[in-house]
Ligand binder design. Structure first.
Ligand SMILES: [Zn+2]
Ligand SMILES: [Zn+2]
Length: 446
């Protein structure tokens, strides 16, 4: 009897471990359909909050794969649920939207689509951020997870989020009851393809993944008059010019050296004619930071400097400082990131999983994390490995996301995306409540 136990136990443990790691065969079985979907989505991109056909295609495929699908969540968003007994609820998110960019890749499947934007202007449309690849990966993953319910337990929640590019879709889904009409997940997962790594690789960034972004509009009030009689005016252009220079001292003199902070004055508008001193001047700023305390410090310094420069010049009115747009940095729970590295390394190879520093672009996945849901947002290599090596050798860089030339190496990137997502989801959907709790407790996420 003892002998029998000894031979059965290792075998069952082995079988369990093998079942959790997505096999090449499993990925191959869903790949042709995922690739076809990619080509279709790439040639039919839709702008933010107009992703009706995109959402309908995903909803139909998810329904036929056995998911309970709800459409029109927060506009064009979709939520697909697959219940598989008791266990954790894990969310995987893809974006649905494309960008007003004219594709210049020259690829046989390049987008030729034009559409009306929200102002009514005719604009070219392209999946220049790779959200088409995210959707195709999610569909491949959805199929594998639905066909292998013996390899996991719990609830799988797949969401198609509209309007990531305008940083408004996550909020819209939340306001429409994403976590009240549907289960609130224990962990939220997403990936983003890019040219920072070659296809076949993934990148993990524990802790802060990207920047807080803040958009500020400043109006400086002066007293206009004749250009020949400045003594009877308060010149807002001179105040604005001094303000622009003083703002440069925030990063160089106030923020601790080594902390990430950017203060860019992107425009400065004032005046109409050379011999008229205008009444006011307006400028627009973008502010990027990694840490919340640095963000607070920089925003307060901007306000202080803008107001003080106006006082110094004897301005008749205090300047207006408007914060009109902003999003928080995405935070990757470090313990979770460390834990999920293992299944990724197991399936992709140790050398194909790298730890990467934070990136500058912002993203509204942070909205989910701020609901108290531990997040795992990782990078998916998209560059053609050969072109990547050439560019590296030449000291140049391949076109990044949002470029009209952005062209991921679809086949290896998509296969890796599906493989990585299944590995991560299966690992999470096999955790006990205690294990998940221990990994994602606030003490672990600092
Ligand atoms: Zn983008
Ligand atoms: Zn994107």
């Amino acid at each position: 009897m003892t002998a029998c136990k000894l031979c059965v136990l290792p075998f069952s443990l082995l079988a369990f471990a093998v079942a959790q790691t997505p096999s090449t065969k499993e990925v191959a079985s869903v790949y042709p359909e995922a690739h076809t979907l990619y080509l279709d989505l790439h040639q039919n991109p839709e702008l933010s909050m107009h992703e009706t056909q995109t959402a309908a295609k995903l909803a139909a495929q998810l329904r036929s794969a056995g998911y309970e699908v709800t459409e029109h969540v927060g506009g064009t968003g979709i939520v697909a649920i697959l219940r598989n007994g008791s266990g954790p609820t894990i969310m995987l998110r893809t974006e649905l939207d494309a960008l007003p960019v004219e594709e210049k890749t020259g690829l046989p499947y390049a987008s030729k689509v034009h559409a009306k934007d929200d102002s009514g202007a005719d604009v070219p449309v392209m999946h220049a951020c790779g959200h088409d690849l995210h959707m195709a990966a999610l569909m491949g993953t959805a199929e594998i997870m639905a066909r292998s319910k013996n390899s996991w337990h719990g609830t799988l929640m797949l969401i198609g989020q509209p309007a990531e590019e305008t940083l408004s879709g996550a909020e819209a889904m939340l306001r429409d009851g994403l976590f009240t009409r549907f289960p609130k997940p224990d962990v939220a997962v997403a990936l983003h393809v890019g040219n920072a790594q070659p296809a076949g690789m993934v990148a993990i960034t524990p802790g802060i993944y990207n920047t807080n972004a803040d958009s500020i509009r400043i109006t400086i009030y002066g007293k206009g008059g004749h250009g020949s009689m400045p003594h009877r005016t308060v010149d807002p252009i001179v105040i604005a010019a001094r303000t622009v220079l003083a703002l440069q001292t925030i990063v160089s003199r106030e923020v601790k050296p080594g902390e990430m902070a950017v203060v860019t004055v992107g425009y400065l508008h004032a005046g109409t004619k050379n011999n008229i001193i205008p009444d006011e001047a307006e400028m627009g700023l973008t502010v990027r930071t990694y840490k919340q305390d640095v963000r607070k410090q920089v925003l307060a310094a901007i306000e202080r400097i803008v107001k003080a420069e106006a006082v110094a010049a004897g301005a008749p009115r205090e300047p207006q400082v408007e914060h009109y747009e902003g999003t928080n940095a995405v935070y990757n729970n470090p313990a979770l990131a460390e834990r999920l590295r293992a299944p990724l390394e197991a399936v992709l190879g140790k050398n194909n999983v790298v730890i990467a520093p934070p990136v500058n672009p912002s993203e509204d996945f942070s909205v989910y994390v701020e609901q108290g849901i531990p997040g795992f947002y990782f990078g998916l290599g998209g560059a053609d490995p050969e072109k990547f090596a050439q560019a590296k050798g030449a000291g140049t860089m391949l076109p990044s996301g949002h470029s009209s030339l952005f062209a991921p190496d679809v086949e290896p990137a998509l296969r890796t995306g599906i493989t990585a997502e299944v590995a991560v989801l299966r690992d999470l959907l096999n955790m006990s409540p205690e294990e998940l709790q221990r990994l994602t407790s606030p003490a672990q996420s600092k």
